[in-house]
Ligand binder design. Structure first.
Ligand code: AP5
Ligand code: MG
Length: 219
């Protein structure tokens, strides 16, 4: 199974990715998580990415495409993978297409922008794994602590309201065109095209997971 999960910041890509990767036994490739680890490790990519991410803008296509190519070359992707947060621009989508992986589906999670600001302000993450919670909507078993490792949860630096609004604007300008890109490709008659699945991302987390799984299983 090879999937792309597409959606605005805070749409629930990370949350649903965790469920889908467990269900299909595939690896999650989150470019956001990879960049946050690069920042934490102090690498050259991390140093370059930090200011861009904190400002709510996109890291350059050349850095991201190289990062994803290297990640996709690892052995653990052989059973399948889920791309979370990539591609995010048309040049990234074209670069992925050039790699010639047969993608099963693109899943778009649609959430209204007013709901997104509310979600992101309550988000807490486990930095080492990328596991994501929400203080009200998806709380950990013990407040402030990761369910699996027992380590402290943190808030992301780019989750302030001003930065979230900037990220939403960037999404609209640079990533939303991929909705057309993939939905048109899926109906073009090209046998290599992935199926396009759009789900409503507002409501119960498990109900959303269920509707994605149902759509994928019938695809
Ligand atoms: P990235 O980490 O990918 O951030 P993002 O796309 O802005 O998405 P988020 O992680 O904020 O949201 P999500 O959709 O994963 O939602 P989540 O499941 O956490 O990227 C960060 C930055 O890195 C970018 O801004 C950019 O600078 C850079 N970058 C990354 N990839 C790049 C690329 N390809 N090219 C260039 N630059 C790149 O859910 C959000 C909250 O809502 C959580 O608290 C969750 O618990 C809660 N929640 C989830 N579902 C529900 C529900 N149904 N109801 C209520 N609450 C819910
Ligand atoms: Mg995420």
């Amino acid at each position: 199974m090879r999937l792309i999960i597409l959606g605005a910041p805070g749409a629930g890509k990370g949350t649903q990715s965790r469920f889908l990767c467990e269900k299909y036994g595939i690896v999650q490739i989150s470019t956001g998580d990879m960049l946050r680890s690069a920042i934490a490790s102090g690498s050259a990519v991390g140093r370059e990415a930090k200011q861009v991410i904190d400002a709510g803008k996109l890291v350059s296509d050349s850095i991201i495409i190289e990062l994803v190519k290297q990640r996709l070359a690892k052995n653990d992707t052989a059973r399948g993978f889920l791309l979370d947060g990539f591609p995010r621009t048309v040049p990234q989508a074209n670069a992925l297409r050039d790699l010639d992986f047969k993608l099963n589906a693109v899943v778009e999670i649609h959430v209204p922008h007013d709901e997104i600001v509310r979600r992101i302000s309550g988000r807490r993450i486990h930095e080492a794994s990328g596991r994501t919670y929400h203080v009200d909507f998806n709380p950990p078993k013990v407040a402030g602590v990761d369910d699996i490792s027992g380590e402290q949860l943190i808030q992301r630096v780019d989750d302030s309201e001003t930065t979230v609004r900037k990220r939403l604007q960037v999404y609209q300008e640079q990533t939303a065109p991929l909705i057309d890109y993939y939905s048109k490709w899926s109906t073009s008659g090209d046998p290599a095209a992935p199926k396009y699945i759009a789900v409503q991302g507002k409501g119960d987390v498990e109900a959303i997971s269920h509707s994605i799984a149902e759509a994928l299983d019938s695809a």
